[in-house]
Design a binder for this molecule. Structure first.
Ligand code: 2HA
Ligand code: ZN
Length: 274
């Protein structure tokens, strides 16, 4: 099948378009990667034309030999769905997980996303902790989440609890909470290490004054996760803009009742008394 017609490519393009429509991808902001199933890579082998091997900039031995779909560095999400062959690439990793090569896409030149080290280190952690189920890593510049990183302490416990309080479904959608990375230079190995450490515990990591990373099993679940977190951040921004005083809110014991009825485990460290 023509690669742009495959179900996994179509899911990738739909998600990129959804993110653009949310306003999370100004200019070349944000990036998306998908870890292919072996049979998905096999089904498009006839369309692969391997380029030269290039260093990833970090080492991901747990992903050796795998294939990834990735947005291109400097490419605009606005154009991804309309013209995938110019804005997206299919990558192959070498057996050691040290180098990649482009096997399809970026027909007008370019490189995979500047955040490739973070994407791949997150994939490596998530592949391990999810038993291979997680396949999507998404980075977006979510407006309200970014705004919150200027006024809330950069603390996982505070971000998680405040976001949970803003919408009853939040603890059900992200029961493990969210992690926060302090401001760091993007694009390199250090921020990738810090983010992938958080991915051991969380499916969402917020980058202070920059954006967020989300991980999930499918395009729908990963987009839906970040959409839920960002919606909650929007409500919190409105509450803070109305003076920030909550006359009433969801209490720790109410979260415990919710967890019981919805069959989720909410770590007690987020249910502190204020
Ligand atoms: O411009 O979002 O973090 C792409 C990015 C870098
Ligand atoms: Zn970014």
């Amino acid at each position: 099948m023509e690669i742009t017609k495959t179900e996994w490519m179509q899911g990738f393009l739909r998600m990129a378009q959804d993110g653009w429509e949310q306003g999370w991808h100004e200019r070349n902001g944000g990036n998306l990667t998908y870890r292919l199933r072996p049979e998905e890579a096999e089904s498009v082998r006839d369309q692969m034309t391997p380029g030269p091997w290039q260093p990833i900039g970090t080492s991901v031995p747990g992903l050796g030999g795998e294939y990834f779909l990735a947005t291109g560095s400097g490419k605009f999400f606005r154009h991804v769905a309309r013209c995938p062959e110019e804005n997206v690439c299919l990558l192959e990793l070498d057996k050691a997980g040290e180098n990649y090569r482009i096997v399809w896409g970026l027909t007008k030149g370019g490189k995979p996303t500047s955040e490739l080290p973070s994407h791949l280190m997150n994939h490596e952690v998530k592949k391990r902790v999810s038993g291979g189920r997680h396949r999507v890593i998404y980075h977006a510049h979510c407006t309200n989440l970014i705004a919150l990183t200027f006024v809330l302490p950069l603390d996982d416990k505070v971000f998680t609890r405040e976001l949970w309080e803003m919408a009853t479904e939040c603890p059900v959608v992200f029961p493990d909470g969210v992690g926060v990375v302090p401001w760091m230079v993007p694009g390199g190995r250090d921020i990738a290490v810090a983010t992938s450490r958080l991915m051991e515990t969380y499916d969402v990591a917020i980058w202070a004054h920059h954006g967020a990373f989300a991980s999930g099993e499918t395009f729908d679940l990963t987009f839906g996760l970040l959409h839920t977190v960002e919606k909650s951040a929007e409500i919190l921004c409105k509450v803070l803009s109305m003076g920030g005083h909550k006359r009433q809110t969801i209490q720790p014991d109410e979260f415990r009742s919710l967890a019981r009825d919805f069959g989720v485990q909410l770590p007690e460290r987020f249910l502190y008394e204020k």
